[in-house]
Design a protein around this ligand. Structure first.
Ligand code: UDP
Ligand code: UDP
Length: 474
């Protein structure tokens, strides 16, 4: 049988690497040779933090194999200093990165494993051009929701008028979606904000979308069937949900290589043991993902509000980036007062934490990975979105999926959420009037997700159809 080699390339961000690496593992488990690729800087971080194998070896997963290979973006591979210069990063990726990635693709053929198919994500649109130049079929893994995909599609094709940040009273109603008001639309679509550059990058993908033969989405049909149905009338390559990817490998193999993780930072030891020592459904888990951070004054309200709940907590507080070192971190005196009540860590194994029976609720920024991970782990949420698609995800989690409360939105120009609000929202979801309903709904989505990825489920069927197509094109 002809060797089928899929090259999966990810933008160097944790929220991108996680779903793309999960997809890479899933494709390998379906019997393909898969190479996962991102920048050397990130490869270096992943090697330090996790168990990924060296670039010379291939790890067997199911009937297939997974390998890693990284490309340079011109940044020293061992420089892990925090860089907020997204502009610079994008520029380096598009110049040095594209050239180095082109060599990587060429090398695969020279070494006897020509690339049969490339899978990229929205933030590396130029990878599609490289694939097209080599005549390699290309698919996209969309790492946000179908609902958010749909908002970008309508915006890009100017099929609807979107309210700007200055029009808080206006809303937009797109097919298959609830009415979204101005602050529920992904903030990348507000031209006047600092996020516009990222918006342009995502929208650039729509320009190229017809060059892809497939759009895979880390979501599942049961969760988003209205919008998927509405989008089936749009002019798009086949758009198929194959998620939740973090669940898809569970139980599908006893092979421990399925445990290969792509964390950029080392998870703190002892989180799970500490959770083991806490009462059932008691712990508040707080994390804002890999990029977002709370400004100093909001951090303070969060810290004291959390303490006022009296509940045990596990809080991920990432070490602040150099440039913002004085603006983040915990308020003075907090750790003393919190002694014995909770645990503060710089990074944790989030999927394991969310699966732990001691966890009562998740205070989250609503990044799509975190949204899917809590929704399909059956954990109620306290939503505190910051920017981008997080605001739209929060709307869905709270209003449509019914799994929790909105604590507030922390867009740069919005108001401070007081410690009283923090306390009230957490208690309401963890052990108050909303607990039962939120838990019931969260468990319903957990079951639906398990069904979607099980043999014969919607996501399982979709991934198999995709693999068949990749084999056919090879
Ligand atoms: N995550 C983790 N440990 C932590 C915090 C986050 O493993 O302490 C993972 C989380 O499970 C998720 C990813 O990091 O898969 C963050 O992605 P998300 O889309 O939620 O947010 P982003 O970082 O892109 O804003
Ligand atoms: N990064 C990279 N190449 C660069 C700049 C950044 O691979 O030229 C990586 C960097 O290591 C970081 C990620 O891209 O982990 C996101 O960059 P950001 O500046 O947001 O850093 P963060 O503070 O999130 O680590």
């Amino acid at each position: 049988m002809k060797m089928v080699h899929v090259l999966v390339v990810s933008f160097p961000g944790q929220g991108h690497v996680n779903p793309l690496l999960r997809l890479a593992k899933l494709l390998a488990s379906e019997g393909l040779l898969v190479t996962f690729s991102t920048t050397e800087s990130i490869g270096h971080m992943m090697k330090k933090a996790t168990n990924i194998p060296g670039t010379c070896s291939a790890t067997p997963i199911g009937q297939g194999q997974l390998r890693f290979e990284f490309f340079s973006d011109g940044w020293p591979a061992d420089d892990n200093s925090k860089r907020q210069d997204i502009d610079g990063l994008l520029h380096r990726l598009e110049t040095v990165g594209k050239e180095s990635f082109t060599c990587l693709v060429k090398k695969q053929a020279e070494e006897g494993r020509p690339v049969s198919c490339l899978v990229n994500n929205a933030f590396v649109p130029w990878a599609l051009d490289v694939a097209t130049d080599f005549g390699i079929p290309c698919a996209v893994l969309w790492v946000q929701s179908c609902a958010v995909f749909s908002t970008y599609y309508y915006y890009f094709h100017r099929l609807a008028r979107f309210p700007s940040v200055d029009e808080p009273h206006l809303s937009v109603h797109l097919p298959g979606l609830p009415i979204l008001n101005s602050h529920e639309v992904p903030s990348f679509l507000h031209p006047s904000t600092i996020y516009h550059m990222l918006g342009n990058l995502i929208l650039g993908q729509f320009q190229n979308l017809s060059k892809s033969f497939y759009v895979l989405v880390d979501s599942f049909e049961e969760l988003e069937h209205e919008v998927i149905e509405a989008m089936s009338h749009l002019s798009l390559p086949p758009l198929r949900t194959i998620g939740p990817l973090f669940r898809s490998l569970k139980g599908s193999s006893s092979n421990s290589s399925n445990g290969v993780r792509g964390d950029f930072w080392t998870a703190a030891e002892g989180c799970i043991q500490w959770l083991d020592s806490q009462p059932l459904s008691s712990v508040v888990y707080i994390s804002f993902g890999s990029i977002a951070f709370l400004p100093k004054d909001q951090m303070e309200e969060m810290a004291w509000g959390l303490l006022k709940t009296g509940l045990p907590f596990l809080w991920v507080v990432k070490p602040p980036a150099k440039e913002i070192a004085t603006d983040t971190g915990l308020p003075a005196g907090f750790m003393d007062k919190a002694q014995g009540k909770g645990m503060v860590v710089e990074w944790c194994p989030q999927e394991q934490v969310l699966a732990h029976p001691s966890v009562a609720c998740f205070v989250t920024h609503c990044g799509w990975n975190s949204s899917m991970e809590c929704l399909t782990s059956g954990v109620p949420v306290v939503a505190f979105p910051q920017w981008g698609d997080q605001v739209t995800n929060a709307k869905f989690l709270v209003d449509k999926y019914g799994v929790g409360s909105l604590m507030g939105r922390s867009d740069r120009d919005s108001q401070l959420i007081s410690r009283e609000t923090v306390e009230r929202c957490i208690l309401e979801v963890a052990r108050g009037p909303k607990t039962e309903e939120a838990k019931k709904n969260a468990l319903k989505w957990k079951k639906a997700a398990e069904k979607a990825v099980a043999n014969g489920g919607s996501s399982h069927r979709n991934i198999q159809a995709f693999v068949d197509e990749v084999r056919r094109l090879a």
